[in-house]
Design a protein around this ligand. Structure first.
Ligand code: GRF
Length: 217
């Protein structure tokens, strides 16, 4: 079986993209990054992709009046590259229901909280305002709702009393870089099943576990 062909959608820094690039460069990794698409022409992640020899495409959302036209262009770039799995990695545009439906079960996202807590923006501010003692990150399949969908992998980190959004973000980000490549690996190995909107991971002995436990506490 060949490597799974992956497309990554970014809007900015691209540190999760880098984690995927680094993973894909390790021998035997079952996925290959075929294209990186950014809706922001100045996104730093584009240079990371170029440096790794990955095709880059800019689809500047500001040049499109309609979301449908923007997404059609994104889809064209994904299809041209033969993408089988789309990874959102700090992609800051809301995707239409029709885009999400088109890529159903082939579209995943990383979010810097333990979903379903703290959806949307300013996630670490939300976590600190709520006074949680534990936060973390989630890789999930994308459904029509914002930051909603079957959970593939999560990792937890402690929240320190002295944390600021920045220090908490940095602690969570370390775990994001672990679990995103792990989640892509599990999908690429064909071990992921979605059963009644819950993710099951097939073990080598053929049994299935409800959730890949990547807890770090
Ligand atoms: C990450 O915290 C990710 O969870 C969120 O946006 C941030 C993107 O960071 N969706 P980067 O561009 O991958 O460095």
């Amino acid at each position: 079986m060949g490597a799974l062909t992956v497309g990554v959608l970014i809007s900015g820094r691209g540190s999760n993209l880098q984690a995927l690039i680094d993973a894909a460069a390790t021998p035997g990794y079952p996925a290959r990054l075929a294209v990186v698409i950014s809706n922001v022409p100045s996104a730093a992640g584009l240079a990371r992709a170029a440096k790794a020899g990955i095709a880059t495409v800019v689809v500047d959302h500001k040049k499109f009046q309609m979301r449908e036209a923007f997404e059609a262009e994104v889809n064209r770039a994904l299809d041209d590259a033969g993408v089988e799995l789309v990874c959102l990695a700090g992609f800051m545009r809301l995707l239409s229901d029709s885009f999400v439906r088109h890529w159903r079960d082939r579209l995943i996202n990383i979010h810097p909280s333990l979903l379903p807590a703290f959806r949307g923006l300013h996630v670490h501010e939300q976590a600190l305002a709520a006074g949680v003692r534990i936060s973390g990150c989630t890789v999930h399949y994308v459904r029509e709702g914002v930051d909603d969908g079957p959970i593939l992998a999560q990792a937890a980190v402690p929240v320190a009393p002295t944390d600021t959004p920045e220090t908490l973000a940095a602690r969570v980000l370390v775990q994001e870089h672990r679990i995103y490549p792990l989640a892509v690996r599990l999908i690429a190995e064909g071990r992921v099943r979605i059963v009644e909107e819950k993710v099951m991971i097939e073990e080598e002995d053929g049994s299935a576990v409800p959730l890949f436990n990547t807890a770090t506490l």
